[in-house]
Design a protein around this ligand. Structure first.
Ligand SMILES: [Cu+2]
Length: 70
């Protein structure tokens, strides 16, 4: 398992939390995902053999959020 914290500056409320957690959690290979509204981060734990960090970024961006640093 790989752990990564992704900064997403547009996260502002529980709706953002739900949509990002839903989208990232639906990817196969993602074990855990937790959005923190306050530091505006997405903590994700995933199996890098099954899913890439790029695919996780893409799932976040598909929800309408920009990822800060790649
Ligand atoms: Cu929101």
């Amino acid at each position: 398992m790989t752990k990564q914290t992704i900064l997403v500056p547009d996260i502002s409320c529980d709706h953002c939390k739900m949509s990002i957690e839903g989208a990232v959690g639906a990817l196969s290979g993602v074990d855990k995902v937790e959005v923190r509204v306050e530091p505006r981060t997405v903590d994700v734990e995933y199996d890098e053999v099954s899913v890439s960090l790029d695919a996780i970024h893409a799932a976040i961006e598909a929800q309408g959020y920009e990822v800060a640093a790649r």
